[in-house]
Write a protein that binds this ligand. Structure first.
Ligand code: ATP
Length: 202
């Protein structure tokens, strides 16, 4: 799925609403040190469902909200949206009824995050699976941050396998298998309870 537009508002240094159009081919972002280039990549990672504040270079997730400057007060809300081209209908079934998807993540200070896809409230999990299936996502090898190449070279074989699985697009299947196993275990517990009830009634 092609990314078309990234929109930020109140996110880190992007206090004013800002659009980044992502055209086909290569997009370069240039600017002096500290102007917010890494913040843009972090916004992408965040809207795709990142749960680690540390990976966003903060100590808690609220740190992604504009913290104020000498001339502007801090904000209490940050929002990032990502527009995706879904004309090839590659999204999971629950999102697959339109040509374009708009994924929005919004965080309120002290109130946590919520997600919407094309205006409908969805779970963080749904957004994470959407991107895991597309072999992108917050922990994807498609996002190469500083120091990551060395980390991959020095990684243990099991960690390197996770990277290959991510590239093969099967990370989402692992999560779904885990969810199915949990549901199976809950069903087994219910069946055992039912057996107990039947024995008591007999
Ligand atoms: P470099 O080229 O040095 O890697 P960069 O262009 O990637 O820099 P970033 O690291 O993206 O820059 O941006 C850092 C800037 O973002 C700093 O000025 C920092 O103060 C600002 N910043 C980060 N978090 C917040 C926040 N919550 N509120 C306001 N500003 C923030």
């Amino acid at each position: 799925m092609q990314f078309k537009k990234l929109h930020l508002s109140g996110f880190k240094s992007f206090v004013d609403p800002t659009d980044l159009l992502i055209e086909r081919g290569m997009t370069g972002v240039v600017g002096p040190n500290g102007c917010g280039k890494s913040n843009l990549v972090e916004a992408l990672r965040w809207v795709m469902g990142e749960t680690s504040a540390k990976k966003m270079r903060g100590s808690e997730m609220d740190d992604v909200i504009f913290a104020g400057s000498s001339t502007r007060p801090a904000r209490n809300v940050a929002e990032v949206s990502l527009h995706l081209d879904n004309r090839e209908r590659k999204a999971p079934a629950m999102f697959n009824d339109s040509d374009e998807l708009e994924v929005i993540r919004r965080i309120t200070r002290g109130g946590g995050s919520n997600y919407r896809v094309n205006g409908k409230d969805v779970r963080a999990r749904d957004v994470q699976l959407l991107f895991a299936d597309a072999s992108s996502g917050a922990h994807s090898t498609a996002l190469v941050s500083q120091g990551r190449i060395g980390e991959i070279i020095n990684a243990k074989p099991t960690n390197r396998r996770a990277i290959l699985e991510e590239a093969a697009g099967i990370t989402g299947l692992h999560s779904r298998r885990h969810e199915a196993e949990l549901r199976l275990r809950a069903a087994e517990t219910n069946l055992e309870r039912l057996d107990d009830v039947i024995v008591t009634l007999e």
